[in-house]
Design a protein around this ligand. Structure first.
Ligand code: FES
Length: 103
């Protein structure tokens, strides 16, 4: 993946869990949802909560502080809700995050 950075191994994030990483100069939350990895900015646009602590329902995460919801699969919506989605690929055991499509 062009501009990709390995941030973790797949075993580092169990199913239904998430972690925070530092990548591309940003704090990023990485989620394992049903074996698919998603990444987004780790700062809620409302008041700055760490989104890595969100509740997960399907591909929708709910901010731990006030419940704002963000669909991690809705890349096209990112500019409207203030949460940047990052492309993620898995190569062998590595979770690789690319630079965002647009900032
Ligand atoms: S800080 Fe996320 S909803 Fe308020």
């Amino acid at each position: 993946m062009q501009n990709g950075v390995s941030v973790a191994k797949i075993d580092d994030i169990p199913l239904g869990k998430s972690i925070g990483v530092r990548c591309h100069g940003e704090d990023i939350a990485v989620f394992n949802i049903d074996g698919v990895f998603y990444a987004c900015s780790n700062r809620c646009p409302h008041a700055g909560a760490p989104l890595q602590n969100s509740m997960i329902a399907g591909t929708v995460i709910s901010c731990p502080w006030h419940g704002w919801r963000f669909d991690l699969a809705a890349e096209a919506d990112a500019p409207r809700d203030g949460v940047i989605r990052y492309p993620v690929v898995v190569e062998e055991e590595d979770i690789i995050i690319a630079a965002p499509v647009s900032i």
